[in-house]
Design a protein around this ligand. Sequence first.
Ligand code: NAD
Ligand code: 6OH
Length: 484
Amino acid sequence: MKSILNYVDGEFVRGKREFPDINPADGSVIAQVSEADQSLVDAAVCAARAALRGDWSRASTRERAAALYRVADAIEARFDCFLTAEIADTGKPIALAARLDVPRAAANFRAFADLIKSAGSESFHTDTSEGKAALNYAVRKPLGVVGVIVPWNLPLLLLTWKVAPALACGNTVVVKPSEETPATAILLAEMMKEAQIPDGVYNVVLGFGAGSAGEFLTQHPDVNAITFTGESETGATIMKTVASTLKPVSFELGGKNAAIVFADCDFEDAVNGVAESVFLNTGQVCLCAERVYVEYAIFDRFIDALKKRAEALHVGSPLDQTTDLGPLISASHREKVLSYYKLAREEGATLVTGGGVPRFDNALDHGFYIQPTIYRGLPESARVVKEEIFGPVCHIAPFDSEEEAIAMANDSKYGLAASIWTSNLKRGHRVAQRMNVGITWVNCWFLRDLRTPFGGIGLSGIGREGGMHSLNFYSELNNVCIRL
Ligand code: NAD
Ligand code: 6OH
């Protein structure tokens, strides 16, 4: 049986306990994962601190950018290894991982290498009271040791989205991937070696959250900042933990995202786009739409078309190139999503399609599959319409007016993303600007430019990452004032 070991100070290290890494497509154990105990987390943080005093933080931005390019090249050179590891851990369809997850990992390193090379800093000419002048300029310095805690839905994509800018700014990192998906974080360690990133700059500790590697990392007095992507509740727990050591945090949390479809949309385009936004990655993307609002004039036609799309999705083996939907991540997550399917019935929803577990009559029956599902007929106050489910499911409701659609979309404690489907340019801008979210797409969804601000409001997060926002989080500014 394969073992997945922690990566500390350039070495692969075994912890005292192990836990199984399970393939969600058939429930089989693919590896034993070594859990980091407190002493291993201490060792990782200590190595990261020592590396901060070494060549990495003192390197010129050009040298660091060149190193990040080498990491990107190394990922691409081992594309198939990353693909295989990510698919085995997550069960995501090969076509999806090949077009999204692995390319984005390389793109993240290149984007932040480019950015750090071109990033300027603020400067001001200041008049002094005695009629003279002063010059102010800000110098970017590393934050220090950054703890990176990421979830299981887009493991490599989200990890590199944080590690790349953190390293670009000269920090060192201790990464804690999800217990469900440890493989690609460790594979990336090999790429770091190949790319000659100094030992101690990139460390990985494996394990769980509370009482395990995640909590040990957030508690650690020598960790300078925490960047976290995951559930809103976990964010709240981490915030309490880091309060005693006053660590800055960047949080990308949950969502209960709305799609608003106006009668003047390009119908086919909107059906395709909304279907993708509901079902991609089996609905396990924080940006997925779980609330779909459709203007009355096209409501019935839209439901029929979305139902057809859902029923045409190929739910199957992740290794089949034609598979659209893989399994959910785990048996317990499927229990959670199924509990919402049950709740929808109890709350009085009308089932449009799905609602259960598919049968394959082969090994996939041991996997954690679930049917793509659409409900209608619930009041806006229903829990199914309010709470994040994180599965391939949406509730679809009609609206009369633009104002009503905006009010319903904004009636959420979350505020991550929204999509708007209309051919009316003015309406597109008007409605987009009124969305109480961090990211709004018009006539598209999950179309990413890595230079743009990314994050959420309310329960969906704290702060923004992306482009200069990432550089600003992952560095400290020292303002230098010189009297001239
Ligand atoms: P999770 O919060 O359960 O776990 C995320 C990570 O935090 C894991 O590595 C976990 O081990 C760790 N963790 C858990 N408890 C901890 C603790 N007490 N201290 C320190 N670390 C702890 O989330 P998940 O189930 O892995 O991921 C799904 C969630 O992530 C969904 O809510 C989804 O919306 C959200 N998400 C948000 C974004 C975004 O960009 N906004 C992106 C992806 C996922
Ligand atoms: C959440 O599941 C998806 C997050 C996506 C990003 O952070 C990104 O940079 O595309």
